[in-house]
Design a binder for this molecule. Structure first.
Ligand code: UT7
Length: 357
């Protein structure tokens, strides 16, 4: 009979528990690595500048630039929906990865502005790509959706359940924007980004640390009140403008800075790395001042923080993956570089991933 005590001793000797975080126990990663095989993004053709906004709202280029860092954003045409941008971003990512759509095992679409409540936008994308062997689901975690999606995909790959996963972040926020509310209308925009993750036995590359968090007690600081089962669509809900995004900007601002800095620290601790080891931090592009405050709190130089908010404004769950694609394709980061992607958003939710490209 095998000596059970020896087996337990052996398991204990290889078991290296990572530090407890926020009360949850983390298991060591023992399976495959989730490696980035391709990325892509797509944004609407229509450009809306700060000067354009000056014509429809009581705002100014000066205010928007100083308070947010935004100069222009992309806005979908009336006939365009989330799956249109998601499919184009996905096709670019698949092409770079050299992966035919039939090889996909799973499609995750992070969004709060899908084509319709159901079927999921992931199923619409699955059909349009011809990914007939893939399971498909949407994931709602506000602006952190893409980070939640990457983390979910990584688990399926690590356990050996799936080999090839497409994760998309897409939003068409212009369709839930109250264009009479200057405090939100200048911030929100549309776009999509996608990544193809593949299982790899080389443990050195891929997603090497993840962290997710949520605090539902702040849900009402960033939400869309109507259109669900609490307040279904009615003449009153439309008249009261309840189908638009509402935000308590200054409350979110403070939490965003603290939570994103915390995520970066936790990821570095988890991977036993130092800030100097990180080639680029790619934060959610909600406000340049939030990004700069996060970097300051971490004592991290802005030269190693990616910013493209001036071109695309806040595309919510699409922002970090659009940024990653731009960073990769412009040569800001290369294979084997260590990067951190970090985001926060409605929920409230926040989280990050540390990746060796
Ligand atoms: O993606 C995740 C979710 N979103 C965010 O992360 C956004 C987080 N919050 C923010 O980025 C900032 O709080 C905002 C950009 C939303 C606002 O910046 P702020 O510096 O916190 O401004 P504020 O809300 O404290 O407003 C300052 C002033 C107010 O006027 P009074 O009351 O001081 O006279 C606003 O009415 O700025 C006014 N204001 C504007 N003025 C010109 C608000 N929006 C505008 C505008 N143009 N678009």
């Amino acid at each position: 009979m095998p000596d059970i005590i020896n087996i337990v001793n052996y398991l204990n000797s290889i078991w290296k528990p990572q530090e407890q975080q926020g009360g949850e126990n983390r298991l060591p990663n023992i399976g495959y690595s989730a490696v980035i095989a391709g990325t892509g993004f797509d944004v609407p053709e229509r450009v809306l500048t700060n000067e354009d906004l000056e014509k429809i709202l009581d705002t100014s280029d000066e205010w928007i630039t100083e308070r947010t860092g935004m100069k222009e954003r992309r806005i979908a045409a009336p006939t365009e929906a989330a799956s249109d941008f998601a499919c184009r971003a996905a096709q670019r990512a698949l092409e770079e990865a050299g992966v035919p759509a039939e090889e996909l095992d799973l499609i995750i679409v992070a969004t709060v502005t899908g084509d319709m409540p159901f079927p999921s936008t992931a199923c619409i994308v699955q059909d349009r790509l011809g990914a007939r062997n893939a399971a498909a689901m949407d994931l709602g975690a506000g602006c952190s959706g893409f980070i939640y999606g990457l983390t979910t995909a990584r688990q399926f790959i690590a356990t050996g359940t799936y080999r090839t996963i497409l994760v998309i972040g897409v939003e068409v926020l212009s369709k839930i924007t109250d264009w009479t509310d200057r405090s939100t209308a200048v911030l929100l925009a549309d776009g999509a980004g996608a990544v193809v993750l593949r299982a790899d036995q080389n443990q050195g590359r891929g997603i090497i640390a993840t962290y997710l968090a949520a605090d539902g007690s702040h849900g009402n600081d960033l939400y869309m009140p109507a259109g669900g089962s609490r307040i279904p669509a009615s003449i009153e809900s439309v008249q009261q403008r309840l189908h638009y995004l509402k935000m308590n900007g200054s409350a979110i601002f403070k939490i965003a800075v603290r939570s994103m800095a915390d995520v970066v620290k936790r990821l570095l601790d988890q991977a036993r790395l130092r800030a100097e080891d990180i080639k680029l931090v790619i934060p959610h592009q909600a406000n340049l001042r939030i990004i700069e405050a996060m970097a300051k709190l971490l004592n991290f130089p802005m030269e190693r923080v990616f910013v493209n908010i001036q071109k695309y404004a806040n595309t919510s769950s699409a922002s970090t993956i659009i940024a990653l694609d731009e960073a990769r394709k412009s040569g800001r980061v290369r294979q084997n570089d260590l990067i951190i992607m970090v985001a926060f958003g409605a929920g409230l939710t926040w989280g990050g991933v540390l990746i060796r490209l």
